[in-house]
Design a protein. Structure first.
Length: 229
């Protein structure tokens, strides 16, 4: 039986801050044409890249800004998937060490969704299937888009595309990851209601993509289970 895709299950567009004007009739949509890139300089290149952008942009009140400098951390785009088992009403999450969390003074072992960087010529969907196999030993079924959004737009160009993926979690578990990437990933299966509670407690889950996926699933779980039956 075919299922009609509801508004909740459609991929939203990137958020446009120009819609914040109080009166719809006064909204002005500014875009990339309202930015002048004066110069761009490579500051550092290793596994990631750091560049300096010197630019100016149109102002809300009219006219142009002075030339401003912004350092941009360039790491490419990524994709992530929340594996969900509609039969068992459970999600599959992973736990691994994160140096950024350690540097921030947080507990460095994070509970997360499956995710990875999008390589040249790859689609976000292909990354989800590849990473699910590498990080969790899972074979994904249908992928439902959740969102594509900027992670840290003040300092980083990365976008992340998020999905919910159908999975059979009956055999999920164990330790996974690629040795040459120094991955040490533990896979856990968590009832959906417990995962939502973990997110609300704000103790075990601190990764923004995982928070976004669990919020989405909590809103769309019943419709998604009807769709996947």
């Amino acid at each position: 039986m075919q299922h009609r895709e509801s508004a909740l299950l459609r991929r939203p567009k990137l958020y446009d801050a120009a819609h914040l004007s109080e009166k719809p009739s006064e909204r002005v949509r500014m875009n990339r044409d309202d930015v002048e890139l004066v110069s761009r300089e490579l500051l550092f290149q290793a596994h990631f890249r750091l560049e300096q952008y010197n630019l100016r942009h149109r102002l809300h009140a009219g006219g142009w800004s002075d030339v401003i400098s912004r350092d941009m951390f360039e790491r490419g785009s990524s994709a992530g998937v929340l594996p969900y088992d509609p039969e068992r009403d459970a999600v599959v999450l992973i736990q691994q060490f994160r140096a950024g969390a350690y540097a921030a003074g947080c507990g460095p072992w994070l509970t997360e969704i499956v995710a990875g960087m999008i390589g040249d010529g790859e689609t976000a969907e292909a990354v989800c299937h590849r990473e699910a196999k590498e990080e969790a030993g899972l074979v994904l079924g249908e992928l439902v888009p959740i969102s594509t959004h900027l992670t840290t737009p003040g300092a980083c160009s990365e976008t992340v595309s998020l999905f919910c993926g159908r999975v059979d979690s009956s055999g999920a578990g164990g330790i996974h990851g690629l040795d040459h990437e120094h991955e040490d990933i533990r896979v856990i299966v968590v009832p959906a209601a417990e995962a939502f509670a973990m997110r609300r407690r704000n103790e075990e889950i601190h990764d923004s993509s995982t928070v976004a996926c669990l919020l989405w699933l909590e809103l769309n779980r019943e419709e998604l289970r009807r769709r996947w039956r």
